[in-house]
Ligand binder design. Structure first.
Ligand code: SAM
Length: 211
């Protein structure tokens, strides 16, 4: 099925494809193909004016979203690894998107609290998976009502299903935190959430409008 769906794909942007194959060769994690396809839809639906990404790596998904979003949509993306952030900026320049994509080289822990409330239409979380739950309150604060939160890798290569004792000891904290995060996403009264088995698992939620 995955091969069939991939065979239907039109040619992608050549620069994005180069960035993706270079990242794969160097072991830099980027969104999987099917997650990227859904991300492009999320970046286009409802004509977002502002998108926030947590976890830039070398800028692949930020560029993907910018190309799919309306031409006046601005993207802010946060990356704590300075070398990756610098490379992302270079890729953004090569894509001619420096007017639309701002790369912040810092830890999301330090940046999220400084962002204005209700200012983003879409937040894409794709950084340290054990921090998603901690970031959720700030992300909900900065999302506009009706805005979308998408969080990647929530199924943790399938290990989310395992009992904590079947998970390697070093992975138990992240396993427990991800389960708590998914529970919170599904039970938060301000969110309507679907957890999709796309790629490595994508939780997609809408921040409900106040009644
Ligand atoms: N979204 C990117 C893409 O698909 O092209 C991939 C991001 S990669 C999976 C995760 C990135 O998050 C890594 O480059 C890592 O350095 C960064 N990261 C991890 N923890 C972070 C934090 N606390 N603040 C900002 N960036 C973080």
């Amino acid at each position: 099925m995955a091969d069939f769906l991939q065979s239907l794909e039109p040619d992608g942007d050549p620069l994005c494809e180069r960035i993706a194959s270079d990242a794969a060769a160097r072991g830099i994690p980027i969104v999987r193909e099917e997650t990227g396809r859904l991300l492009k839809v999320l970046a286009a639906v409802g004509k977002p004016g502002a998108i926030l990404e947590i976890g830039t790596a070398v800028g692949y998904s930020a560029i993907l979203m910018a190309l799919a979003a309306p031409a006046d949509c601005r993207i802010t993306t946060i990356e704590k690894d300075e070398a990756r952030a610098a490379e992302a900026l270079e890729n953004v320049r090569r894509a001619g998107l420096e007017e639309r994509i701002t790369v912040i080289a810092a830890d999301a822990d330090e940046v999220l609290g400084t962002l204005a409330g209700e200012s983003y239409d879409l937040v894409f979380m794709d950084a340290a998976k054990g921090q998603y739950g901690k970031w959720l309150p700030e992300v909900l604060r900065i999302l506009k009502p009706g805005g979308i939160l998408a969080a990647d890798n929530v199924l943790q290569e399938g290990t989310i299903l395992e009992s904590r004792f079947a998970v390697e000891r070093r992975d138990r904290t992240i396993h427990a935190r991800m389960r708590e995060f998914l529970w919170e996403m599904k039970h938060h009264e301000g969110l309507q959430t679907a957890i999709l088995t796309v790629g490595d698992g994508l939780a997609v939620a809408v921040k409900k409008e106040p009644r």
